[in-house]
Write a protein that binds this ligand. Structure first.
Ligand code: UDX
Length: 456
């Protein structure tokens, strides 16, 4: 069984390490952040992810997982090293490869001291060409060795969703192996065949294609979301049109599939916004204007604005109005606030003079550091709703789905609900309160539109 080292104890690195270790692989994870390493050593995850803490404790207890600061030591004590460091966006949307380059330097330094074959695997999301033209040359320079001869090199994108990362690591739809040379590809394929007992399709290709698979996958999923949000924006302007009914029927065509067709406040998180921007930037630099992808971003930026417009349509001026925000994280089952649509919505509402009270089951601590005393945080949904002029559902946590119209009626000053995630039944909610939702044509549109028609 191969010994594994993982450079970068972020989301992907830690979830991957825990899964490898619990399947019996001796795994060493290393990171430059001392605090994260100490937490992991104690069996505590630095971030929230369902099932991770239990599995992490188990892995540490079994002795199969250790966390250290010494990256060189980690590489020397393993046969395969995965690079899982972050690749943040720069101001122009392109990718900052600083952490990848640093890791490659350190791994290269370790390889200089190591005898025998070692495989380096880039798992971080990097633009096409990075593994071959950036990582390879840094590794060769710092190790004094040749890729393909003295050590192996692969690109192996990950497709983990936050909130389902353990499931996605253990049961992926496919594994993509971008190989620098045949032996590298063979080694990684054998490792994954063993890890998955041969039950997962493995696709081998060159590193640049593997790098592009990740961007293309995320761009397509983001496109589906912006597509359905565009349809939602049309539905809202036609009486009684409902995007959820439309999406359900469209998604039943097996050529489309129902996933990622949920209209709402738009996509956020650590991947979609960053990766689509990176692809746009890459494409422009190559001389091709990717107008479809530009529109995907434009539609996404419009969704938080639309939530505020809907509030304004109902309440008039938002100055002094109290808005209750249910949900802050970019999606349920995570405390991650990166690029969360809630941030844009709250900033826009504050600009209009509204006062905000927000509740999130687990992201409140992370949100506090963003809003820094500018908004109130409630300890529960009910506390959040008290005396509110309107309520916005921004993240579809399951605990919000069970709230009945009577709860809103009882606690809010004005029972106005703006459902940004389409979690409530429109007929049930419209009976008792003013129910407005992304992608739902209002009945009164009929009157407005027919007036316009009369005038024309
Ligand atoms: C995504 C990819 O799914 C994963 O394969 C990749 O490795 C990393 O990026 P993640 O960011 O964890 O994963 O979340 P995901 O579940 O894909 O959702 C991303 C965003 O899209 C969220 O803000 C979510 O609320 C939004 N979304 C998703 C919609 O608005 N509608 C949908 O139908 C689906």
């Amino acid at each position: 069984m191969h010994k594994i080292s993982i450079v970068g104890a972020g989301y992907v690195g830690l979830c991957t390490a825990v899964c490898f270790a619990n399947r019996g692989y001796k795994t060493t994870i290393s990171d430059i952040r001392e605090e994260s390493v100490k937490l992991i050593q104690r069996g505590a995850s630095p971030f929230y992810e369902p099932h991770l803490n239990g599995l992490l404790k188990k892995a540490i207890k079994s002795g199969n997982l250790r966390a250290i600061l010494d990256r060189e030591g980690a590489v020397l004590d393993s046969e395969i090293t995965f690079i899982t460091v972050g690749t943040p966006s720069t101001l122009d949307g392109s990718v900052n490869l600083h952490f990848v380059k640093n890791s490659a330097r350190e791994i290269g330094g370790a390889l200089r001291k190591k005898d025998g074959y070692h495989l380096v695997v880039v798992k971080s999301t990097v633009p096409p060409g990075t593994t071959k033209h950036v990582v390879k040359s840094i590794l060769e320079k710092n190790s004094g060795k040749k890729a393909g001869k003295d050590f192996g090199l692969c690109m192996n994108p990950e497709f983990l969703r936050e909130g389902s990362a353990i499931h996605d690591t253990l049961k992926p739809d496919r594994v993509v192996v971008g190989e620098h040379d045949e032996r590298s590809g063979e080694t990684l394929e054998d490792f994954y065949k063993d890890f998955y007992n041969g039950r997962v399709p493995i696709l081998r290709m060159n590193p640049a294609s593997a790098e592009m698979v990740k961007y293309a996958s995320n761009a397509l999923l983001a496109t589906k979301i912006s597509f359905i949000n565009s349809i939602a924006n049309i539905c809202e302007r036609v009486p009684n049109l409902d995007v959820t009914q439309v999406a359900k029927a469209v998604g039943m065509d097996h050529r489309v599939n129902p996933l990622f067709l949920e209209a709402g406040v738009g996509f956020g998180g650590s991947c979609f916004p960053k990766d689509v921007k990176a692809l746009v930037s890459l494409s422009r630099n190559l001389g091709y204007r990717p107008s479809l992808l530009e529109s995907v971003l434009e539609v996404n930026e419009g969704q938080p604005k639309r939530m505020v417009e809907l509030a304004r349509q109902e309440l008039g001026s938002l100055k002094g109005k109290k808005v209750a925000i249910l949900g802050l994280s970019f999606k349920p089952n995570t405390d991650d606030m990166r690029e969360a649509p809630s941030i844009r919505i709250i900033i826009l509402l504050l600009r209009e003079g509204a006062s905000i009270c927000a509740y999130d089951p687990i992201a409140t601590e992370n949100a506090k550091s963003i809003f820094d005393g500018k908004i109130d945080f409630a300890p529960s949904s009910i506390e959040c709703l008290k005396n509110a002029d309107c309520c916005m559902v921004v993240t579809e946590w399951s605990e919000f789905k069970t709230l009945k119209p009577s709860i809103f009626l009882k606690h809010m000053k004005r029972p106005i609900m703006i459902d940004g995630r389409r979690i409530y039944n429109p007929s049930e909610f419209s009976r008792e309160l003013k129910y407005i939702a992304i992608g739902l044509g209002q009945e009164q549109c009929q009157e407005k539109n027919s007036h316009k028609g009369d005038q024309a």
